[in-house]
Design a protein around this ligand. Structure first.
Ligand code: UDP
Ligand code: MG
Length: 342
């Protein structure tokens, strides 16, 4: 018998949640092979999400919920859910049906074959906009390239199967700025991918605007690797070499035109041409050097700032999330008791 805890982060999902609850009830029946329980995490929703969860937990002995005191973001909501998971495996899943719940049975088959982590990997991203598709692809390549190894598997979101062993490792990570998509590969253990096609959102809208996506991208890079610092040094060296060579070339041109002007045999027209060429070289040198210095300083300062931001968050030792309200389902209490007894 495998106890499966499904973790569902919800932020303003009043439209989607009733559909997901219905689907989950239909799909995941307890039998001699599996028992399912659900941990819904209300991530500071402002709509009726919490009311729907309270009601659902009354009508089922398998539905727990945690309501965070405000919106902490999807990663923090998942961290809260993973901490509460009482099963032998935990499966975080979005509640908008973009991650097909039916796939969970395929993930469980892989778990039975001995895998600790099973990553559903999007074979196609047809439902995403061209911008999201292309930027995501480039982003995965960029992060893995600078890290020098695969620190985030491409086209894998938060939807995964995580064994109890991997889950205990994840829950023991001390950082407060959590980024699940980099933490699971960090934990390692026996891992495989399963291909699937991401579906369109069934109701409601995405909760990620461009700013939230950029924030996630930045935190993902910093969490995944600190080798971007090396890259900055490399860029700095390259720019300095280009700057140095450019300045040298300008200096040679300067000398050439200057001696041309001072040439006693030069005609008045040649002197005039060289004088204006000299002016151009002077302006080019100043512009080139100024742009180079501003670019260098900006790049060099931006990257340590990214790391400092995360170090700041982590050294504050603030909790990743705070719970406003909590309810444990009968099934989860039973799971915890059984786990302690084993
Ligand atoms: N979510 C959350 N907190 C947030 C943003 C999103 O708990 O601050 C949840 C959301 O309710 C959904 C999942 O995370 O279940 C994925 O969000 P969304 O579908 O908006 O992301 P997308 O699929 O557009 O990347
Ligand atoms: Mg979605």
């Amino acid at each position: 018998m495998t106890r499966v805890t499904i973790i569902v982060p919800c932020y303003n999902e009043e439209e989607m949640l009733p559909l997901f609850l219905k689907k989950a009830e239909e799909l995941f029946k307890n039998d001699e092979k599996y028992t399912f329980d659900f941990v819904y995490v209300n991530d500071g929703s402002k709509d009726k999400t919490l009311d729907i969860l309270r009601e659902a937990s009354k009508n089922s002995d398998r539905i727990s919920y945690i309501s965070l005191s405000k919106n902490f973001g999807q990663d923090a909501a998942l961290a809260a859910g993973l901490k509460e998971a009482s099963g032998d495996v935990a499966i975080p899943i979005d509640c908008d049906m973009q991650d097909p719940p039916e796939l969970i049975f395929e993930l469980l088959k892989k778990y039975e074959e001995g895998y600790d982590v099973v990553n559903p990997q999007r074979s196609k991203r047809e439902t995403d906009t061209i911008f999201k598709k292309e930027s995501a692809g480039l982003f995965y390549k960029f992060v893995n390239k600078i890290a020098g190894k695969e620190v985030i598997p491409p086209n894998v979101s938060m939807y995964r199967l995580i064994s109890r062993k991997a889950l205990d490792y994840l829950n023991s990570l001390p950082e407060s700025d959590r980024v699940l998509r980099t933490e699971v590969p960090f934990v390692g253990l026996k891992t495989c991918n399963v291909q699937f096609e991401r579906q369109p959102r069934e109701a409601g809208k995405t909760k990620y605007n461009l700013l939230k996506l950029l924030d996630l991208a930045e935190r993902t890079i910093v969490n995944a690797t600190n080798r971007l610092l090396n890259l900055v040094v490399k860029i700095g060296v390259i720019l300095s070499v280009i700057g140095g060579l450019g300045a040298l070339a300008c200096l040679i041109c300067f000398g050439y035109f200057k001696s041309g002007i001072n040439d006693p045999y030069a005609t008045a027209a040649e002197v005039l041409r060289m004088t204006s060429a000299l002016d151009c070289v002077e302006y080019a040198t100043m512009f080139f050097l100024a742009a180079l210095i501003v670019g260098l300083v900006a790049v060099i300062l931006y990257v340590p700032c990214m790391y400092l931001k995360v170090m700041h968050t982590n050294t504050q030792h603030r909790p990743t999330y705070l719970i406003g309200e909590k309810f444990d389902s009968e099934q989860s209490v039973k799971n915890s008791k059984e786990e302690k007894a084993e």
